[in-house]
Design a protein around this ligand. Structure first.
Ligand code: HEC
Length: 122
């Protein structure tokens, strides 16, 4: 069998395999959207703060429960104190080795979310 024939057969097979898939994919959105929508609607309520806070875990522990005393413990501090610290780092009012660089990367709203998240950890 010449190589071109093999390629043509492969293409024909691919088209045959893909045809029903494409039809099914078109059928999905309306049916699946209603099934998936509640999960999507719930996720943002819980996830964003935890997702933001995950970037702090390498240094501050998974829930701000820094052990060992080398870094300040975030868990259990008040939201107000955490917000004040992060804003002071962000604006450069408070000296730091690394935190001012990190805090500059967050909006005021994200800082509020982070502060609320760590204040809620025990
Ligand atoms: C690379 C390590 C590192 C990461 C990542 C990091 N921090 Fe820090 N954090 C520090 C260090 C070190 C300090 C002490 C101040 C300084 O020298 O920067 C500190 C101090 C703080 C303080 C002051 C606490 C106090 O009681 O004085 C807060 C609040 C804080 N970090 C929040 C965060 C948040 C929120 C994140 C994630 C967005 C984060 N940090 C990510 C290393 C880190």
């Amino acid at each position: 069998m010449p190589p071109n024939t093999t390629a043509l057969i492969a293409l024909a097979l691919l088209a045959a395999v893909n045809a029903p898939t494409a039809a099914a994919a078109q059928a999905i959105p309306s049916a699946a959207a209603s099934a998936i929508a509640p999960a999507i609607a719930i996720t943002p309520v819980i996830a964003p703060a935890a997702r933001l806070a995950a970037t702090c875990a390498a240094c501050h522990g998974t829930a701000g429960d820094t052990r060992g005393g080398t870094l300040p413990r975030l868990a259990g501090q008040s939201q107000q104190a955490l917000t004040a610290s992060l804003q002071a780092f962000k604006t450069g009012k408070r000296e730091s080795t690394i935190m001012s660089q990190i805090a500059k990367g967050y909006t005021d709203e994200q800082i509020a979310q982070l502060a609320a998240y760590f204040a809620a950890q025990k």
